[in-house]
Ligand binder design. Sequence first.
Ligand code: NDP
Length: 486
Amino acid sequence: MDKTTTDAGNPVSSDEHSLTAGPGGPNLLQDVYLVEKLAHFVRERIPDRVYHVKGFGGFGTFEVTHDVTGFTKAAFLNAVGKRTPLLARISLVAGEEGYPDTDRDVRGFALKFYTEEGNYDLVGNNTPVFFVRDPMKFPDFIHSQERRPETGLRDNNMQWDFWTLSPESAHQVTYLMGDRGTPRTLRHMNGYGSDTYMWQNAGGERFWVKYHWKTEQGVENLSDAEAKAMRGADPDFHRRDLHDAIARGEHPAWRLEVQLMPYADAPGYRFNPFDVTKVWPHADYPLIPVGRFVLDRNPTDFFAEVTQAAFDVANFVPGIGPSPDRMVLGRMFAYADSARYRNGANYMELPVNRPLAEVHNYHKDGPMRHGLHSGPVYAPNSYGGPQADPRYPDASWSFEGGEIVRAAYEAHRDDDDFIQARMLYRDVLDAPARDRLAGNIAGHLGDGVERFIQQRAIDGYWSRVDADLGRDVARRLGLAVPAMAG
Ligand code: NDP
C-alpha cells in the first residue's frame, strides 16, 4: 500500500487528524501537511474556458485510408495505413461545467493530432457553418448566449435579439433549431472543421479545404421533449455515455472526408468560399475520403488531460495552413491567448499538450517551467542553437490590393444570408422534420422573448428563409403573418 506523503514526499502520520496541542487544544501551525492540504485545495480551480466549458475527451488513433498526397504534403497524411495518436474533446458551447448535456446547443469537436511534425489541431463543431463570419462579432454572440449581468440567468430574449439583428446567423440557427440541435449522444453526431483551410502538396499546388467527420455510429438525435427530460434525469448523460462506451470497448469512430477546391476557383465561386456561414454544396465539391479515427482510451485524470488540454487553431503542420476565412484568422490569436491565461506561458509543457515532435526555440523561463534549457538563449548565436529552416515558409495566398478598411466580405454571385438556410429547409428536411423545426423555433422564441423581437423573427428572419416557415412559426405564436408570406 502506498504511504501518504506531503508533496515533498515526506511521510505523514494521519489522514484524519490535524496536529493539536493535546486532544482538546488548538491546531498548530507546524502541521505542514494540513496547511499544504488546505492551501492546495483552495487553488484547485483554474480559469474556465470562456465558452466550450463543459466537455469530455478521449484518446485514440487516426489512420489514413486513402491517398491524398496529391493534395497535401502533411507528413501524417502521406501514406495509406499511417497512424497518428490523437486527443478529441467534444463540448457544449454555452453552459458551464454543471450544465445539462442535452440542452439545444452546438457541440465543439476539437481534435489534436500528435504528428511527427508537431501538433496539428483541428478545432471545429458538430455543424458545418457558424453564426457569424467576422471575429469582431464573436464576443457579442457569446455574450448573447450567456447569463444576463443583472440576473445571472440565461435569456432567450438576448439570443433572438442578436440573431435577428445578425441575418448571417440564419443558416446556423436553422441547423440548431432542427433535429441536430439535440444529438442523442456525442457518438451519434458528425463533426466538421466548419472553417475553410488551405492544403498544399509537395509540388507547391494549393487547395482550399473543408473537413467533414462522419460518425460511424450513424446520426441520431433526441426529440426536443427527450432532450428536456434528460436534463433532470442525467445532466451528465453525454459525458457518461462517451466514457462508458469507451470503457466497455465500444470504441466510437469517425471517418474523415474533405471537400477540396482548387486554389484558382475561389474568386469565381458562386459563394464566398471563406464565409463560415456557408457550406460548399456537395454537388459543387464532392466529399473525398481520407481516413478515420477511433477513440479507445478514456482520460486517466480528467482535469490534467481534458480541462488543461489546450487546442489551438494556429497549430498547423507543413502542408496545412489558414485561409482568408476571417474567423480562422481571428481564432488564430484567441486560442493560445486563452491557454496562456488559463495555464500560464508554459502550458505547452503539460503532458497532454506537449508534442511528440522535439521542441527547440529561444523561449525561456516563465511560470511552471520544467523543460531544461542549457543551450544558447538568443539567436543568432555562435554556439549551435536551433536554426529556422526557410524550407518551411508560412502558408500564403495573394489578394487584390486596396485600402485598409473595415468592410463586409465582397459578395459572390449567390451570396445571400438566407439562401442556404432555405436549401436546408426546402431540399434536405422532409415534412415531419420541417414541422419539428417550426415547433422547436416557436418553443424557443415563445419562451421569454419580447413581442417586437418575436415579430422581427417572423418578418425579417424566418419568412426570408421560407414563407411557409415564417407563416408556420407565426401561427404557433399567434403573431401577425407578414404580407410577403400571406
Ligand atoms: P446535399 O443534399 O448534397 O447534402 C445535404 C446534407 O445535409 C447531407 O449530406 C447531410 O450532411 C445534411 N443533413 C441531412 N439531414 C440533415 C438535418 N436534419 N439537418 C442538417 N443537415 C442535415 O445538399 P448540399 O450539399 O447542396 O447542401 C444543402 C444544405 O444541406 C446546405 O445548405 C446545408 O444547410 C446542409 N448541409 C450541407 C453540408 C455540406 O457540406 N454541403 C453539410 C451538412 C449540411 P452530412 O452528411 O454532413 O450529415
